[in-house]
Design a protein around this ligand. Structure first.
Ligand code: ADP
Ligand code: MG
Ligand code: ZN
Length: 458
């Protein structure tokens, strides 16, 4: 009723410092507060965390948040502590003493912890943790389960994590009375959503979807040739002096698990591409650092922190860099190598322009790169099903790149099942390259055929 509404807004203001809800935050919050299982699909940066953090603050008890990465967890924990919200994280690197402190708070009469972050491995491996959950549940203090980055539960997703599939037991174990589950993701292909809802036993959940259109991102594509990266970087330097960017280089597939020696060679190879790009950028007068699988955890963290603090301009990343990284003023994302799927591309470019200001997303395309990706997939030891899924994903990326007539925004959001009228791209301040060509010359499509140099193989 009215009281609830008022309480939502006053907590939003007093605890989080925001005046308005964004996207479908309020609907999601109301749904989960009413005890529904809730499935939230909102693009990266939309503000999904608030959908469970605000209810955690309003209601008594402990909210358990499952999150895939330690870096994501640490980031959230820091934010919650700054806001004065009781928050702890149970991760593998915790000292025995710190772990004991958390357990004793959770089993105390009045736990001060409102949000408990855990990795999925912790839930599947720790009988002690589950028994603490049982005790909380019996005492009516287990407020909610949160499955963040819920696409990790689907093997069709770009970021499958086997331990996520074991989360389905949460629904069965804590059913009397049922503990509401809220699952959140920015990956919304219908197939993955269905798969994730099935795997998490959340078929009856309320589903909330907000638009995936990113009006301030300009999507562009040019063929990858010897000088193309340098030329683009020169342009970026003038357009966005001193601003941050990401250059994505080729990264390996998680399924690549062959002999030791082979992995070593593979790492060396990826490191090389990354460092080549770094050198090119440095020559062009930009400060750049690398972020790849060959760096140890400590180095990765320090590179990431340096970038967040604007200590250098560009990060040349090979591995899944950026998940959950909340840097508002990234002005450009360049793909020096092909992304592995359309979703991956959407996520990676989605790290640009979170502050709503115009930002630039460029794909440097060469057909040769897609062959490289396909070779990697074929060499990986995995099941035929997974292999053909990866191959199919690459083919979709190739189709996106070789497309000369359909608006790129339309292709991207329609991949997520959303309907989009390309006139809005054509009329926007940041039209994609296809729409821009058509705006300049409506006849362009017919003139721009495959024999045109601009799209020939590198
Ligand atoms: P997501 O998980 O959807 O990628 P986050 O939950 O990390 O996004 O939120 C992204 C940013 O938006 C954070 O900095 C967060 O503080 C901010 N934010 C969330 N909700 C609001 C709101 N209602 N008003 C203003 N900023 C918000
Ligand atoms: Mg998030
Ligand atoms: Zn367009």
């Amino acid at each position: 009723g009215a009281d609830m509404n008022e309480e939502l807004y006053s907590t939003l203001k007093s605890k989080f410092g925001f005046n308005q809800f964004r996207h479908r935050q309020k609907q999601c919050i109301l749904s989960t507060l009413m005890g529904n299982d809730t499935f939230v699909l909102m693009p990266t940066g939309a503000g999904k965390s608030l959908c469970y953090q605000l209810p955690a603050v309003i209601l008594p008890g402990v909210t358990v948040v499952v999150s895939p990465l330690r870096s994501l967890i640490e980031d959230q924990k820091m934010k919650m502590k700054e806001l004065g919200i009781g928050c702890e994280a149970l991760t593998a690197d915790l000292s025995a003493g710190a772990q004991e402190d958390i357990y004793s708070d959770l089993t105390s009469e009045n736990p001060t912890i409102k949000l408990l972050y855990v990795t999925p491995e912790k839930i599947s491996a720790s009988g002690r943790l589950i028994s603490v959950f049982y005790t909380l549940h019996r005492r009516g203090l287990l407020a909610r389960f949160v499955i963040d980055e819920a696409h990790c539960v689907s093997q069709w997703g770009h970021d499958f994590r086997p331990d996520y599939t074991k989360l389905s037991t949460l629904r069965e174990k804590f059913h009397n009375p049922p503990v509401p589950i809220i699952a959140l993701t920015a990956t919304a292909t219908p197939k993955i959503v269905t798969d994730a809802r099935d795997n998490l036993k959340m078929q009856n959940s309320k589903l909330f979807i907000s638009s995936f259109v990113r009006d301030n991102l300009k999507y562009d594509l040019i063929p990858k040739a010897a000088k193309s990266l340098i030329n683009v970087v020169e342009k970026m330097k003038q357009l966005y002096p001193g601003k941050s960017g990401i250059v994505y280089c080729l990264s390996r597939y998680k399924i690549l698990q062959k002999k030791r020696q082979k992995i070593y060679l593979t790492l060396a190879f990826f490191r090389k591409e990354c460092e080549t790009v770094q050198m090119m950028l440095t020559k062009a007068g930009l400060s750049a650092e690398v972020y790849h699988a060959g760096l140890n955890d400590g180095l990765r963290v320090s590179v990431q922190k340096g970038w967040l603090a604007n200590k250098f301009d560009v990060i040349c990343a090979t591995i899944a860099f950026g998940m959950g990284i909340d840097k508002p003023d990234v002005r450009f994302v360049i793909h020096y190598s092909l992304p592995k799927s359309i979703e991956g591309y959407y996520q990676e470019t989605g790290r640009a322009g979170r502050d709503g200001m115009p930002s630039y997303c460029l794909m440097l395309y060469s057909y040769h790169d897609s062959i490289r990706l396909r070779r990697m997939i074929e060499e990986g030891n995995t099941t035929t099903g997974v292999r053909s899924m990866h191959l199919n994903n690459v083919l979709q990326v190739v189709a996106y790149c070789e497309n000369v007539s359909v608006c790129r925004r339309k292709m991207l959001v329609e991949h997520f099942g959303e309907v989009y009228d390309e006139q809005s791209c054509r009329n926007s301040k940041t039209p994609c390259d296809v729409c821009e060509r058509q705006r300049k010359n409506p006849e362009a499509i017919r003139l721009f055929d495959v024999s045109n140099d601009a799209l020939s193989i590198m």
